[in-house]
Design a protein around this ligand. Structure first.
Ligand SMILES: [Fe+2]
Length: 143
């Protein structure tokens, strides 16, 4: 069983976003575990491909509501999302080329998991506060 990374103090105060963060953290944790234990590549490829789609979906939810509500920190926040997507892509390429190395396992822990936890605490919680103060109804569906 992969480590549960979610803690109540990670809540941004918006249920839809918290649920997406829980999903992402649980799949990132699973990825970390399967790479460090060198599980079959099918499982790792499957998790990477799920993450690549889900990250687009999740960042899309946040970005759509930021632009719709003229969020002042949009550009910076969007740039952070792009950085994460690039890192995920790069690590997926690394996995394809070199397999489950210890370097990859370390990068997943620092560049994906720690990055994401820090992003929630420093960037998403601020966004969550903005949505709550504005009374924005955050929904997951794209229009
Ligand atoms: Fe975000």
């Amino acid at each position: 069983m992969a480590r549960d990374l979610w803690e109540e103090n990670l809540s941004v105060g918006v249920d839809v976003i918290d649920e997406q963060h829980k999903m992402l953290l649980s799949r990132l944790s699973e990825l970390s575990e399967s790479v460090s234990q060198r599980r079959g590549s099918g499982q790792i490829v499957g998790t990477l491909s799920f993450l690549s789609d889900y990250v687009d979906f999740h960042f899309g939810t946040e970005e759509r509501h930021m632009t719709a509500n003229d969020y002042p920190g949009y550009e910076e926040h969007k740039a952070a999302h792009e950085e994460f997507k690039r890192t995920l892509k790069r690590l997926s390429d690394d996995f394809e080329e070199e397999g489950a190395t210890t370097g990859l396992a370390d990068s997943i822990n620092t560049l994906l998991i720690n990055w994401f936890l820090k992003h929630i605490r420093q960037v998403d919680q601020q966004l969550g506060r903005f949505f709550r103060e504005k009374g924005v109804d955050v929904t997951a569906e794209s229009e």
